[in-house]
Design a protein around this ligand. Structure first.
Ligand SMILES: Cc1ncc(COP(=O)(O)O)c(C=O)c1O
Length: 421
């Protein structure tokens, strides 16, 4: 998982040999697309991943043969849809070693964090309490906490990073104190690729008597995650970054926390009984799932997880590391290019700036060659402030990418440099 820019890089056939890349690519119909007369090179996977045919088929099948509302129906289709929806919850739970009762469907990582902030946060965090996040958080793990701090008079404390985009455990230890109530940290940074030392941080957080949320939006698709082994209290995921549909994701929460938290939204399905004097809330996880949920999304997400499981997340991790190492080694020969995010422990993200070209121009010219990267602040403006840059260009890798695609990307970057020099 590590790459040292100063050491020579050998790209072994290792993980690549275990992959039938042609077969994998054939599973993703969109990868056959041509853009501006070139084969699509899709390197915007940190923003959203493409969907394998089995996921697309599962959604089509759901709407063609299985669709109905869930939970209260006694007819065939309602029972079928309920079974699919609840089986999908079991698939998700198994994938991260959780209990299905600890999985709450949400729209994605953003909604999962907002759910925790507005239920756990509102109930258990008060004036003078401290919440720790890092300098590399996505805006979705900054803004909800800022809003809570504003409302409650709590304090948001920021764990800074070094010039490689790494945080220090010693600095973290110094920040923890009896006022620390919550720590909310990104597992893998979307703009830098840094893999944070979260197990150590979770243990330290618990020693300090605080609660830990792990933002897995960029980790679950790249590394194996076992929430029980990690012992995080909450874990948040977006389905669309995990080869599943948009509009679905989940929150994992330890049962004792979920039970102590008030509901997120009121409405149908989250109740056991309602009368005008008193409403009795449903048990977890249903207490947090008001209204008709994204049933087709849950079905598609479970199918995506089965697909990933079928390949093996460890194989995926090894292959993606080889691809990132390869890309890092080839761009190291470009003097005008500076990598932003050079952590010793990183994966899948190559963020960079060119000395003479604005990132938006890079993105536009690469698109002319059929290469899709993302340019901007990647919803991590504090990271841009830290590195004193307005934006980066970000190539983000998936297991369906190839070395040949990295070569096309690098050739296109070189063309842009030449054009602007
Ligand atoms: C690290 C991280 N956290 C949270 C999010 C928010 O995800 P979503 O917009 O799918 O809710 C993202 C999205 O890019 C992310 O990269």
């Amino acid at each position: 998982m590590s790459f040292n820019q100063n050491s020579p890089t050998t790209v072994s056939a290792g993980a690549m040999m275990t992959f039938n890349i042609n077969k994998i690519r054939a599973d993703f119909p969109i990868l056959q697309t041509e853009v501006n007369g070139h084969p699509l090179v899709y390197l915007d996977n940190a923003a959203s991943t493409q969907k394998p045919q089995v996921v697309i088929d599962s959604i089509t099948k759901y709407y063609t043969e299985q669709n109905s509302n869930i939970h209260r129906g006694v007819h065939h289709l309602s029972e079928l849809a309920t079974k699919l929806y609840e089986n999908a919850r079991k698939t998700i739970a198994k994938f991260i070693s959780a209990d299905p009762k600890e999985i709450i469907y949400t729209r994605g990582a953003t909604e999962s964090i907002n759910l925790v902030v507005s239920t756990y946060g509102r109930k258990f965090i008060g004036e003078g309490d401290e919440i720790i996040i890092t300098e590399m958080e996505h805006h979705s793990n900054i803004v909800p906490w800022q809003m809570l701090c504003e409302e409650k008079g709590a304090k948001l404390r920021i764990l800074r990073m070094n010039d490689n985009g790494e945080i220090s455990i010693d600095n973290f230890k110094e920040m923890l104190n009896e006022k620390t109530k919550f720590v909310s940290i990104v597992h893998i940074s979307n703009s830098l690729g840094t893999i944070n030392p979260v197990k150590e941080m979770i243990d330290l957080t618990h020693e300090a008597g605080a609660v830990f949320l792990l933002d897995g939006a960029q980790s679950i698709q790249h590394v194996a995650v076992d929430v029980k082994a990690l012992d995080c209290d909450f874990f948040v995921v977006s389905g669309h970054k995990l080869y599943g549909p948009t509009g679905i994701g989940f929150l994992y929460g330890k049962k004792e926390f979920l039970e102590a938290m008030p509901p997120y939204q009121g409405g149908g399905d989250m109740i056991l009984s309602v009368n005008f004097e008193k409403t009795v809330f449903n048990e977890v996880p249903y207490k947090f799932e008001a209204g008709t949920p994204n049933i087709a999304g849950a079905v598609g997400l479970a199918e995506a997880i089965k697909y990933i499981d079928g390949i093996g997340i460890d194989k995926i991790a090894a292959y993606e590391t080889e691809l990132l190492d390869y890309a890092t080694a080839v761009v190291a020969d470009i003097p005008e290019l500076r990598i932003i995010g050079t952590a010793a422990n990183k994966t899948s993200v190559l963020s960079f700036v060119l000395s003479n070209v604005h990132p938006h121009d890079i993105g536009t010219f690469l698109n002319a060659d059929g290469v899709a990267i993302r340019t901007g602040h990647h919803c991590t403006e504090p990271v841009m402030h830290k590195f004193k840059i307005p934006a980066t260009s970000r190539a983000s890798i998936s297991f369906y990418n190839t070395k040949e695609e990295i070569d096309v990307f690098v050739a296109s970057v070189k063309k842009v440099i030449k054009m602007f020099s």
